[in-house]
Design a protein around this ligand. Sequence first.
Ligand code: MG
Ligand code: ZN
Length: 221
Amino acid sequence: MKNIVIEKSILKNNDESAARNRNILNDKGIYAINLIGSPGAGKTSVLEQIICNIKEKSHMAVIEGDLYTTKDAEKIERQGVNVVQLNTEGACHLDATMVGQALENIDTDDLDFLVIENVGNLVCPAEFDLCEDSKVLVMSVTEGHDKPLKYPAMFQKAETLILNKIDLIKYTNFDIDEFYKDVRSLNFNIHIFEISCTTGEGVQELCNYLQEKIARKKSGR
Ligand code: MG
Ligand code: ZN
């Protein structure tokens, strides 16, 4: 009987590419985040807030993953940030080889901070290391408080969780105590930020946290 285990070899190739990407970033002290979340969670809106706050303090670039369109990348470009679009043509996640190709098109010599916006999906992006220092999970209160237990791998692997659209919580049945309890049961040390891209609530705290991470990576600490 032939038993071909495809998934493992895909992940092995991926990890080799991720290691190559990581060498480039570590050599130059570039802090990288992998921004993950469902379609509509607000990844691009959060990214726009981060750019607004950080672009004057740190040199940043964005790799924008999207199935087919360049809509999000166009928004980022309008903010004056260097952006490379990766269209996956239907693939539901980015892999490290794709990110490696994007990195070839970014001037990394003068870079402090790289944001990789993944394709909207809470499942396989958890499995694919791209080279990031940190997986940042964006979730909105409109998605429901049951998501941590439904997508445990994602919540376990994220270092940071952004609970977005917090201004809308009063219009939903989102049980925030239940949510925190479930998230902590999966990942006790995760950093959680409650934010609203509409009102600006929580954005400064999030950006201060990222800025500290960027500075720490640059100084090699
Ligand atoms: Mg987006
Ligand atoms: Zn996938």
